[in-house]
Design a protein around this ligand. Structure first.
Ligand code: HSE
Length: 298
C-alpha cells in the first residue's frame, strides 16, 4: 500500500521571534507519496518541481535522511520504502520548503508503520533534516509544518513546543523575490552579540505578539511585529525590502517582514482582498525592477 501526505509552507520567526516562532499557511505545500517496498532501505524514485536541484541519492536528501533517523530510532531498518517527492514551492525561498517535505516524509512513514505516538515525537527527526539542510537544527519551520497554526519553541534543550491560538480572519500575503538567499549564509551574517536595549525591545515585542494571538487583537499583533536584531542585517539581501514594506503598509497591511531567512516576504492583513492586492502590487514591483517573483495568498 501507499500513502499520500501534504505538508504546508511555513513562515518562521514571524518577524520578532527569531528561531522561536513560526506558523503554517494553508497553501502552498509539498507532497510526499510513500510506498512500502520489499527490499529493506529507502529509495527516492521521483522528484518533481525542483528544477532538478534536489538529490535522488537517499544519503543526500533531507527527506530520506530524516526517515532513516526515525527508522533507526524504532529499530526498524529492516523496512523498505520508496519515496516520491512533489515540490510545490520554490526551494531556498524562505517558505520552509525543505521542512515541508521532511515533515510529510516523516508523517508518511509513521502512518505506514501504524505508529500511534504523538506526531510531535517526530520533531527531533525533522530537526535533523534542517541541520542537514542549513547547518542548524532550528524547529520554527518543522514544528508548524507538523502541528499546524502558530507554534512557539519555548525551549530547544529540552525541546518544549507550544501551540498558540490565532485570530480567525488573519490573512497572509507572501511574495517570493527570486534571488538566492541560502539559509546557511543568512545565519552567518547575523550579529553574535546584542545590546541589552535591543534585547528589551525584542522580548517586549515577542510577548506582545503572543499576547495579541491569545487576545485576538490584530492591532497588537501588528505593532509587535518589529525586529531590531535580525531584519536590519538580512533586509540587505532582499531587493527593495523597505520600499516593499512601505507599499504593503500603504495598501493596508497589519505587518510586513521577512519570511524565515528570506528572500520571501510576507504581510498580515485582515481580509483576503487586501492580501491579494498586496501580493499583486509587490509582484508587479519586482517584475518592474526585473526580479522574478511568485506570490501566494493564504
Ligand atoms: N529561524 C530560521 C532563521 C528559519 O531565521 O534562520 C530559517 O527558515
Amino acid at each position: 500500500g501507499g500513502i499520500h501526505v501534504f505538508a504546508p509552507a511555513t513562515v518562521a520567526n514571524v518577524v520578532c521571534g527569531f528561531d522561536v516562532l513560526g506558523f503554517a499557511v494553508n497553501e502552498p505545500g509539498d507532497e510526499v507519496i510513500m510506498r512500502m517496498a520489499n527490499k529493506p532501505g529507502i529509495t527516492i524514485s521521483k522528484i518533481t518541481g525542483d528544477d532538478g536541484r534536489l538529490p535522488l541519492n537517499p544519503a543526500k536528501n533531507t527527506v530520506s535522511v530524516s526517515v532513516e533517523h526515525y527508522l533507526r530510532s524504532i529499530d526498524r531498518l529492516d523496512v523498505g520504502v520508496d519515496i516520491e517527492l512533489h515540490k510545490k514551492m520554490p526551494i531556498g525561498s524562505g517558505l520552509g520548503s525543505s521542512s515541508a517535505s521532511t515533515v510529510a516524509g516523516l508523517f508518511a512513514i509513521k502512518t505506514l508503520l501504524g505508529d500511534e505516538s504523538d506526531p510531535s515525537a517526530l520533531l527531533p527527526f525533522a530537526m535533523k533534516g534542517e541541520e542537514m539542510a542549513c547547518g542548524h537544527g532550528h524547529a520554527d519551520n518543522v514544528a508548524p509544518a507538523l502541528l499546524g497554526g502558530f507554534v512557539l519553541i519555548r525551549s530547544y534543550e529540552p525541546l518544549d513546543v507550544v501551540r498558540l491560538p490565532h485570530p480567525a480572519g488573519l490573512w497572509c500575503a507572501i511574495v517570493f523575490p527570486d534571488v538566492d538567499v541560502p539559509t546557511r549564509e543568512a545565519r552567518q551574517i547575523i550579529r553574535k552579540n546584542i545590546q541589552m536595549k535591543d534585547a528589551v525591545t525584542q522580548w517586549g515585542n515577542i510577548a506582545g505578539l503572543v499576547s495579541g494571538l491569545f487576545m485576538q487583537d490584530i492591532d497588537l499583533i501588528g505593532r509587535s511585529m518589529k525586529d531590531v536584531l535580525v531584519e536590519p542585517v538580512r533586509s540587505m539581501l532582499i531587493p527593495d525590502f523597505y520600499m516593499m514594506r512601505q507599499m504593503a503598509m500603504d495598501l493596508g497591511a497589519v505587518s510586513f517582514g521577512i519570511s524565515g531567512s528570506g528572500p520571501s516576504v510576507f504581510a498580515f492583513t485582515r481580509d483576503e482582498e487586501t492580501a491579494k492586492r498586496i501580493t499583486q502590487k509587490l509582484q508587479q514591483h519586482l517584475t518592474n525592477i526585473k526580479i522574478g517573483s511568485n506570490g501566494y495568498v493564504s
